[in-house]
Write a protein that binds this ligand. Structure first.
Ligand SMILES: C[S@@+](CC[C@H](N)C(=O)[O-])C[C@H]1O[C@@H](n2cnc3c(N)ncnc32)[C@H](O)[C@@H]1O
Length: 211
């Protein structure tokens, strides 16, 4: 008898588990066990990822960037539940390594992970952007951070937010942004086309529209 395939079961649940909680618990098994400590605060739950990814994947040939991808849970869920391509950029190398390993085990061929800063990416390559408050960790107390592998400070928070605003100001009409719990900045020339509250947090879909 063959061994139970954890990744195959997690993959099936990403599509089929109605509220996503079981899918989240099975996804945990694809990561180092210590990642469970910060999952609730720093990773998008499957329930939210599915909705956000579906909104960003609505146009043909959608290419989505997860800005600060963590261990890749949003991109993996998007790649398995939609037809779009998902790229995550993440500054913590160990999270990128874990994301790539999980993608390989899940067979999530349309999820790619880049190690580095959000400034290292060609933002013009993407039609949609996902932001789960990626720089908020700079403002948290030490014991609420993922780890101390990277430096944190308020000035860096401000710089990163301004950088994202500048990149999104260059997007063509029709581009989409989805935020969960915002990103700390303001967007001009973007229209909020959907808002739902999931787990008491706003999930917004904005459309680039300068008409
Ligand atoms: C709140 S977590 C979100 C993780 C993932 N997007 C999700 O929704 O599950 C934010 C992530 O952004 C990363 N991050 C913060 N600033 C970054 C930067 N300037 N460049 C790349 N990654 C960054 C952090 O290391 C952290 O893993």
């Amino acid at each position: 008898m063959s061994a139970f395939d954890v990744a195959a079961h997690a993959r099936a649940l990403l599509r089929d588990d109605p509220d996503g909680d079981e899918a989240d618990a099975w996804l945990d098994l694809l990561y180092p066990s210590e990642y469970k400590r910060f999952r609730a605060q720093h990773a998008t739950p499957v329930e939210v990822s599915r909705m956000a990814a579906a909104w960003l994947a609505e146009s043909d040939g959608a290419r989505v960037l997860d800005v600060g991808a963590g261990a890749g849970r949003f991109c993996l869920t998007g790649a398995i539940t939609t037809a779009a391509h998902f790229t995550g950029v993440e500054r913590r190398a160990h999270l990128v390594e874990a994301a790539r390993e999980a993608a390989s085990r899940l067979g999530a061929d349309r999820a790619t992970f880049l190690a580095g800063d959000v400034r290292d990416v060609a933002w013009t390559d993407f039609t949609g952007f996902y932001l789960f408050n990626p720089f908020g960790e700079h403002l948290l107390p030490d014991d609420e951070r993922i780890d101390d592998a990277v430096a944190h400070d308020r000035a860096r928070f401000e710089d990163d937010v301004r950088f994202v605003e500048a990149q999104l100001a260059r997007c063509a009409d029709g581009a989409r942004v989805v935020t969960w719990n915002g990103f700390g900045g303001m967007l001009d020339g973007w229209r909020c086309v959907r808002r739902v509250y999931v787990r008491h947090v706003a999930l917004d879909c904005l459309l680039r529209d300068r008409s």
